[in-house]
Ligand binder design. Structure first.
Ligand SMILES: Nc1ncnc2c1ncn2[C@@H]1O[C@H](COP(=O)(O)OP(=O)(O)OP(=O)(O)O)[C@@H](O)[C@H]1O
Ligand SMILES: [Mg+2]
Length: 405
């Protein structure tokens, strides 16, 4: 155990044993003590002060005044726990530090301390227990340094490192996703290509023997497969743009009802006689949104509604004001196959084709793209659905007036 003894030197010098030059030694000692006291008092980079055996402050120097903000007369006689934040007080930290200093001779600590004005600084503290020659505790010496700047630099560095680590993890994740993506895409591309090849082989091998009508059917099947292929490629390009953050959103003041009417009109030729009813609430505010992207989301939802409900199924779509006019709600409803509750969370993921679709084919990218496009415009997308009862998909867009303020 390392112990600091006070008075030891003085006692040795001032002499329990009288020395021949006693007077001048006494003076020298006083001078040297005085010098030392002045030195300690004027140190301004370190708070150096003494505590009595109970932890009450007895001396104060310039550094202490600078670091902690108290003048000597304000603080001498107060307990040193004044400098600790309340969480440390709850844990009895000041008392424990004195206990350790008594046991081990000294204690070191780094932590937040409180200045007179209530602000905090990061302190490096050494408390040394001071024992008299007879081994009794005389008090404590306390030296405190302000390491706030170092602490800030370290923290900043740590944050940078953390961000870097997160970035690396995210990259690994993206890489993994990309690998999966390529595997799925390759698989999805293969089937329409195989189909086209099969039909072409059929035409080459047996085309002459086929009747006009049969040939037309085969050619139509080829057209459907190549359309599927083209749509898949479009979607993949779109996803890759979305994921690399390279897609543009150009938001303007938008009449969402008008966009919905146009989207429905454009789909009617492929809706095979099925009517899509439209219900636009005229009190709906204008949205702050990208017209092309909004149209794209509507088209995706409408074509799903048509695709996943029987030939007789009814499809309806509409636009409503959101609560307090803060956003615009677009909904698309069908009475088709619906979605099982456990499949709902999967719907908006990439390549999620859930349940049996009665032969309806798609890439499973549509809703994923919708979600990304809606969110990029500051909205949300959701679904309510029950198997065999139908589904209602809806998304929101920020109202123009709201988005402007
Ligand atoms: N209106 C709906 N009713 C029932 N199920 C739906 C409906 N809309 C989507 N789904 C289910 O969600 C899945 C994902 O839809 P999404 O639009 O992402 O893909 P897709 O329509 O299969 O293909 P894509 O839109 O890329 O051509 C669909 O395959 C289907 O299982
Ligand atoms: Mg779709």
């Amino acid at each position: 155990m390392e112990r600091m003894y006070v008075d030891e030197e003085r006692e040795a010098l001032s002499g329990t044993a009288p020395s021949p030059s006693g007077k001048s030694t006494d003076r020298k000692l006083r001078e040297s003590e005085e010098g030392f006291r002045l030195f300690v008092e004027s140190v301004s980079d370190y708070a150096i002060f003494m505590l009595d055996t109970e932890g009450y402050i007895q001396t104060w120097n310039r550094g202490a005044q600078r670091l902690k903000g108290y003048q000597a007369e304000e603080i001498i006689g107060r307990h040193f726990s004044t400098f600790y934040p309340s969480s440390d007080l709850d844990n009895r930290k000041p008392e424990r530090e004195l206990e350790i200093a008594i046991r081990d001779g000294r204690v070191e600590d780094e932590g937040w301390r409180v200045r007179k004005d209530g602000t905090t600084f990061w302190a490096s503290v050494v408390i040394t227990a001071l024992f008299g020659p007879d081994g009794t505790l005389r008090g404590f010496g306390k030296v405190t340094r302000d390491l706030t700047a170092r602490k800030q630099t370290e923290d900043a560095l740590r944050r940078v490192l953390e961000r870097e680590r997160e970035g690396a993890a995210r990259l690994r994740e993206l890489d993994q996703m990309k690998t999966e993506f390529v595997a799925i895409v390759a698989h999805d591309l293969r089937s329409p290509v195989h189909a086209v090849r099969g039909f072409v082989d059929m035409l080459l091998d047996r085309g002459e023997a086929m009747g006009e009508e049969q040939r037309r059917q085969v050619l139509e099947a080829i057209r459907r497969s190549s359309q599927t292929l083209a749509a898949l490629i479009e979607d993949i390009l779109e996803v890759s743009q979305i994921e690399s953050g390279e897609f543009k959103i150009e938001r303007t003041e938008l009449d969402v009802g008008a966009v919905l009417r146009r989207a429905v009109a454009a789909l009617e030729p492929s809706a095979a006689e099925r009517e899509i009813s439209i219900d636009v609430n005229e009190r709906t505010p204008k949205a702050f949104a990208d017209e092309q992207r909004t149209w794209q989301v509507m088209t995706n939802l409408l074509s799903n509604a048509l695709k996943f409900s029987g030939t007789e199924g009814a499809v309806a779509a509409g636009v409503d004001p959101g609560p307090e006019g803060r956003h615009v709600i677009v909904w698309v409803r069908d009475d088709g196959v619906g979605v099982k509750p456990e499949d709902i969370p999967k719907l908006f993921q990439r390549f999620s084709r859930v349940g049996s679709q009665g032969g309806a084919k798609g890439t499973g990218l549509g809703l994923y793209i919708c979600k990304r496009l809606v969110e990029a415009q500051g909205g949300t997308i959701s679904v309510e659905s029950e198997p065999e009862q139908g589904s209602t998909f809806s998304f929101t867009l920020p109202a123009f007036e709201e988005a402007r303020v």
